[in-house]
Structure formats: structure tokens, C-alpha cells
Design a protein. Sequence first.
Length: 162
Amino acid sequence: MSARPELVRPDDAAIATAARCTLRALATLFQALGDGEHTLSLVIDRTDDVMIPARADVSVGNAPARLAVLDEDDFQALCTLVTFALEGSTVRRAVLVATTATEPQPHACGWTVRDGWLHPMDTAELRRAVIPCNGVNAVHRQVYTAPVLPQHADNDEESPRA
């Protein structure tokens, strides 16, 4: 008997719905972040007590619309984890932090996943979420409350949690 709870795989329809939701969420996120170089960092806490991090570096341009990713595999892994976080049946908690390269120091905002969508974190929540682990060099970031990412009406019908 395992000491760790087992994951129950969500059905294919739930995963497909969450994948569509992930595309809309990330498109909305990139539009909200605006032009620039961004690092997306995600940590999920699965229901089997496993914490999984992901990170992807992207460059966004909105006039004209453009998205460039530094490493396709990193970006795909992040998208996959966002999908499972939005679907929700195997994830207890997930936090996504976007750090934008700016001078004199980067600035960051974050979202927590609840009810199949990304909800903005205020600065106090974000500061707690980005406290570095012992022995890890800290990136000093100016934090700000994340923008609300509108969830369009068609998301309600396709919500992975509906």
C-alpha cells in the first residue's frame, strides 16, 4: 500500500476542454502582459503530494501580434501543466508568476488557479509565493497586483470544472 495518494487520470473530454481553456487563458495573459520579455514560472501541488515546477521564457509583441518562445519543450511542459491545473481534478493548488524584464529591476505579477481559471494575486500573496528557498539566489523583483484576465462567456460553457 502506497503512502502517497494515487492520481486518477481525468477523462479525455475534460483534458481537451481544459486544453482549449489553456489556449484562451495564455492568449489573454500575453495580451495583459504586453510587449516584452517575460518568464512564466508555474508550480503545481498535485493531489498525490507532488510539487511540479515549470518555467518558460517568452517574447511578446502586440503590434503586430507575435509570440516567440526560447525553448519549445519548456513552453510545452508549462502549457501541459497549466492544462492539468485548469482541469483541476489532479491538482490541489497552482500558482503562475510572470516576471517581465525591465530596468532597473524586473517586475512580477501572479495568478492562482481556482475554478478552472487564472485569478490575480495581490502583492502580499505574490510576495509570499516568490520567497526563495534557502541557498537559492533571489531575483529581486518589483511586485504588483496581477491584472484580471477576463473569462469570456464561451469559457463558462467549456469550463473544465462545469
